[in-house]
Design a protein around this ligand. Structure first.
Ligand code: IMP
Ligand code: MG
Length: 178
């Protein structure tokens, strides 16, 4: 897998430090709020598990899954629910945990969908953001790193379901997907 990586952007220790910062901020902001962390499958699983260990207030977790890119690096724009949340979030404080924001369309859809359940609040926590790729206005309350419009893998992020188990985040060589 390593030979397919053009460049390592964030190594394990850099990611962990950032995740600790995010966890600290969330712990401060959610005292006595018992937030529900909603992990967007599958790319956000490693991020969720590291993040929740670094949040010191009581919380709950749940999982939500939409149709994915398939073996493409471009968003299809088609959103279909594969797995809905099981938690009753009405009146709850929700934090959506997402690996990466590209066009922002996925998160926009998720925000609108979850809002229909009338939670007390919805905030977004995303490890990575591609600000130049946004196609809709999206507010990321807890953001890890900003990156350019390159395709990255590792730390949960995949290309065609591969590379999720790399412990770091790296840019995938163009020849792998073009
Ligand atoms: P958006 O709807 O265009 O913002 O797409 C967001 C989703 O696309 C993320 O949850 C990822 O699953 C996937 N995605 C976007 N960019 C990348 C990338 O660089 N590497 C891996 N997955 C990506
Ligand atoms: Mg994905």
């Amino acid at each position: 897998m390593k030979n397919d990586i053009e460049k390592i952007l964030f190594d394990e220790s850099k990611i962990l430090k950032k995740v600790q910062d995010l966890g600290l901020r969330i712990s401060e902001d959610y005292k006595a709020k018992n937030p529900v962390l909603i992990c967007i499958l599958r790319g956000s699983v490693i991020f969720l598990s590291d993040l929740m260990k670094n949040i010191s207030v009581p919380l709950e977790i749940d999982f939500f899954s939409l149709s994915s890119y398939g073996a493409s690096t471009k968003s299809s724009g088609i959103v279909k629910i594969r797995k809905d949340i099981d938690t009753e979030i009405t009146g709850r404080h929700v934090i959506v945990v997402e690996d990466i924001v590209d066009s922002g369309l996925t998160l926009k859809y998720i925000e609108e969908y979850l809002s229909k359940h009338n939670p007390s609040s919805i905030k977004i926590c995303a490890l990575l953001d591609k600000p130049k790729a946004h196609k809709t206005e999206i507010k990321i309350h807890y953001k890890g790193f900003e990156i350019g419009n390159e395709f990255v893998v590792g730390y949960g992020l995949d290309f065609a379901e591969k590379y999720r188990n790399l412990p770091y985040i790296g840019i995938l060589k163009k020849e792998i997907y073009s």
